[in-house]
Design a protein around this ligand. Structure first.
Ligand SMILES: [Fe+2]
Length: 380
């Protein structure tokens, strides 16, 4: 591959957008990244949070894994890399990994005849119907969609949130767009490409808060439920504790209907593995603070004076009020996937969501990689 000088070009926000993150990097061979080039990529990532590399159709799963791991060289994988072999990967309905690079997962929609050594398998794009309390009527499903679930890629029990995630678009259905509805009493909508990945900046989410709210998130910590999700299935965020619960229509956290599983129905809980994390995570390059809360998995709030807010409905209301302004349309970057796009994102500086309602014959094939981090996020 002919490699030109590496360039970093910020993404131009579409009209009406107020996004202040996202950049495209050109002039790099991702199979052979020098230390100097990696330093430029890393610096760009922590300034722009979402980095797009175009025309990466031929990047190997190994190079994708190595790029991901370079952000946290001592990181182990989520635990499935060693245990999910090729055979299990084929049989497992919700977890496909590249047999020769099991840290790299295969996600998407539709029937795939053959890919990276896997034959004849079915992928299913998550649909909000399976998670939200109510859903868009079936006869409107072709034209309208929602944010499926805003989240950070993280197990949130025992393991630390990955530093970065890489997503490669191998196959993308072309042309179709949908109207995304918030359906929360606001009249907010967005025109989005089918199957976009939506991102918002945690730093912007923090900046949008009032001074009193900023002080609250600076001094409070968030406790996550034990076993909120199955860490083997992190990619599909297969939830355990919250599996019977339903999402708000914005995909930003759950309704409180007392449906969460009691401790007796969960795997054994090791209290030392419960995660109590700062609400604000510090950018390792710029020092800026990002409001980073995985809204679906929250359980308690720990205040500066030692008080603990245990009432789940109240915890959810407080966090929703803090996060909702930051997902309004002007602050959302909806990536318009083209085949060969490799997106690298700062998993500790953005929230993201799957979007879109596919027909079964609309084939989408992606590769994703992220690794549980060595270190916990650093607070203010
Ligand atoms: Fe994700």
């Amino acid at each position: 591959m002919a490699v030109l000088p590496l360039t970093v070009k910020p993404i131009q926000p579409p009209s009406g957008s107020k996004i202040d993150f996202g950049a495209q990097i050109d002039g790099i061979d991702l199979e052979n990244i020098s230390d100097e080039q990696f330093a430029t990529i890393r610096n760009a990532l922590y300034h722009h949070h979402v980095i797009v590399f175009k025309n990466q159709d031929s990047i190997s799963p190994k190079a994708q894994y190595e790029l991901t791991k370079r952000f946290d060289p001592a990181a182990d994988n989520y635990g499935h890399g060693k245990t999910i072999d090729a055979k299990r990967s084929i049989l497992h309905p919700d977890l496909k990994t590249v047999p020769h690079q099991p840290q790299v997962q295969i996600i998407g929609n539709g029937f795939i005849k053959s890919y990276e050594g896997l034959e004849n398998f079915q992928l299913r794009h998550p649909h909000h119907r399976t998670f939200h309390k109510d859903h868009i009527p079936d006869d409107k499903d072709y034209d309208f969609t929602r944010f499926y679930r805003w989240h950070i890629d993280a197990a949130l029990y025992d393991l630390n949130p990955p530093q970065v995630t890489t997503l490669l678009a191998v196959q993308v259905p072309k042309g179709r767009r949908q109207t995304l509805l918030y359906d929360d009493g606001s009249d907010e909508t967005m025109d989005v490409p089918l199957g976009t990945t939506a991102f918002v900046s945690g730093e912007r989410m923090f900046e949008l808060l009032s001074p009193a709210e900023q002080e609250f998130v600076r001094t409070s910590k968030i406790e996550y439920a034990p076993h909120p999700q199955d860490k083997k299935l992190i990619i599909r965020a297969s939830y355990i504790w919250m599996s019977p619960a339903h999402s708000r229509s914005t995909g930003l956290g759950l309704h409180t209907e007392n449906l969460e599983l009691p401790a007796s129905d969960l795997p054994p809980i090791d209290a030392s593995k419960i995660k109590i994390l700062p609400m604000l995570w510090k950018n390792p390059v710029t020092g800026k603070l990002a409001l980073q809360i995985h809204p679906s998995a929250i359980r308690r709030i720990h205040l500066a004076d030692g008080t603990v807010i245990d009432d789940l409905a109240r915890v959810r209301e407080i966090v929703y009020k803090l996060q909702r302004p930051g997902i309004s349309p002007p602050y959302v970057y909806a990536h318009d996937w083209e085949e060969g796009d490799l997106v690298l994102f700062n998993n500790r500086g953005v929230l993201h969501s799957v979007v879109g309602a596919f027909r079964p014959d609309e084939v989408r094939l992606f590769r994703q990689c992220n690794l549980a981090a060595v270190e916990e996020p650093v607070g203010p």
